[in-house]
Design a protein around this ligand. Structure first.
Ligand code: UD1
Length: 390
């Protein structure tokens, strides 16, 4: 059976790495018992291309170099989706696979699902069924389109399966396999534990440590908070971003040192709105370049509280037990919320909400939670399910 799997942007890499390993394991046992092989090719659309947003993850997660790189780069959504479709169509026509495997909800996921279906190739979606019900979110559109087209839908939790059933997806297409991100977390847990927070900070200061005017050293005996921010709904408008920056600089950082790993989109907007210098000169905010996977995991393991608008970090907080303030008004991952037994609360981007939730969350303490099948073995279940298909 021939499979092409697709990655495009940073959150995809943590999801494809264990899948590639599971295909290798499947082929090793197929070789031993004479079973059918999975012939696998990896395509990178190139939506993320910076060393720190892409290549570093291939190295750290031991993902083989892509067989094909489409080099799409940045652009508007229509440009990214359109160019990915045109380039991916050629890849499929050159050597049609039996299946295209897509992960997550980025533009590559949607573009390659549409292209594959139009070329008569079956689509499998890893991380199917997540719904924020927020149609202003580009990822929600990507999720809806991908799941409507997919022939096999691998869900991370029972709530996602219920979403798909409510939308009329036939039962035989839905496979509850667990959360593949947690496979990656468990593979890298020991490596992350062995890292030192001080070295992570020293090695990842913005532009080699020359830029920030007031370098901050974290006192190992004092708690710190970890912040990530990149959603258009949080960073693209000055009216939203400015009050958030004021809250971080004037209030949160004065209570607890704040380690902020800066996404390229957020940095661009902070500079455009003239907020960058305020951050650089705040003595209790540690600004870091986008971090590698084990480094982010280590900071998450040590942080007293995580503030984030990343879906993946919400899930990692759940398994590591770190109190998590989700800087969004909705989530496609309700299983991570405290009301569903998780560790996260939705605080949106209103400073008042964030302030009071932050004060509460500092007292919650670490409470790891492991939803069903978030056991580190999701990728094997997926590879075996695919191998059973004709
Ligand atoms: C994308 C995904 C989002 C995911 C996020 C993780 C979609 C719709 N969005 O958002 O779901 O959570 O990745 O990072 O697919 N840039 C660089 N270097 C890069 C890539 C981007 O500097 O390697 C800058 C460019 O200025 C670009 C901007 O970041 O215009 C935004 O990148 P883009 O890929 O369009 O979206 P993300 O915000 O990263």
């Amino acid at each position: 059976m021939k499979i092409i799997s697709v990655v495009g942007a940073r959150p995809n890499f943590m999801k494809i790495a264990p899948f590639v390993r599971a295909v290798e394991r499947h082929n090793a046992s197929a070789a031993a018992d004479g079973g059918p092989r999975l012939e696998h090719r990896l395509v990178h659309t190139g939506q993320h291309y910076d060393e720190r947003m892409s290549r570093a993850f291939f190295d750290a997660l031991d993902i083989p170099r892509p067989d094909t790189d489409l080099d799409i780069g940045s652009g508007s959504h229509a440009e990214q989706v359109g160019q990915t479709m045109m380039a991916f169509e050629k890849v499929i026509r050159q050597s049609p696979p039996d299946w295209v495997v897509v992960v997550g909800d980025v533009n590559a996921t949607c573009a390659c699902s549409i292209t594959a279906k139009k070329e008569g190739v079956r689509v499998a979606h890893i991380e199917a069924g997540l719904r924020s019900r927020d149609m202003t979110m580009p990822e929600e559109i990507n999720r809806l389109v991908t799941d409507r087209l997919a022939d096999l839908l691998f869900t991370p939790d029972e709530l996602s399966g219920a979403n798909l059933r409510a939308e009329g997806v036939p039962e035989e297409r839905i496979r509850f396999v667990g959360n593949i991100m947690i496979d990656t977390l468990e593979i890298h847990r020991a490596q992350a534990e062995a890292l030192s927070v001080d070295s992570i900070i020293a090695n990842n200061r913005l532009e080699g440590g020359t830029e920030q005017r007031a370098p901050v050293r974290l006192d190992p005996s004092q708690p710190f908070a970890l912040l990530t921010l990149h959603r258009p709904s949080n960073v693209d408008r000055r009216e939203t971003l400015e009050p958030l920056v004021r809250l971080f600089v004037d209030e949160i950082a004065s209570r607890t040192p704040l380690v902020w790993t800066i996404h390229p989109r957020a940095r661009k907007q902070l500079e455009e709105f003239g907020l960058w210098d305020d951050l650089l000169s705040c003595p209790r905010i540690v600004l870091l370049e986008p971090l590698g996977y084990p480094e982010t995991l280590k900071l998450n393991m040590e942080a007293a509280v995580v503030l984030t608008d990343s879906g993946g970090m919400q899930e990692e907080c759940c398994v590591l037990g770190t109190p998590c303030l989700t800087l969004r008004w909705n989530t496609e991952r309700p299983i991570t919320l405290r009301e569903h037994g998780g560790v996260s609360v939705l605080v949106g981007n209103d400073p008042g909400h964030i302030r009071s939730a932050f004060n509460e969350a500092m007292a919650w303490g670490r409470q790891p939670v492991r939803p069903p099948l978030w056991d580190g073995r999701t990728a094997d279940r997926i590879a075996e399910a695919l191998a059973r298909e004709k």
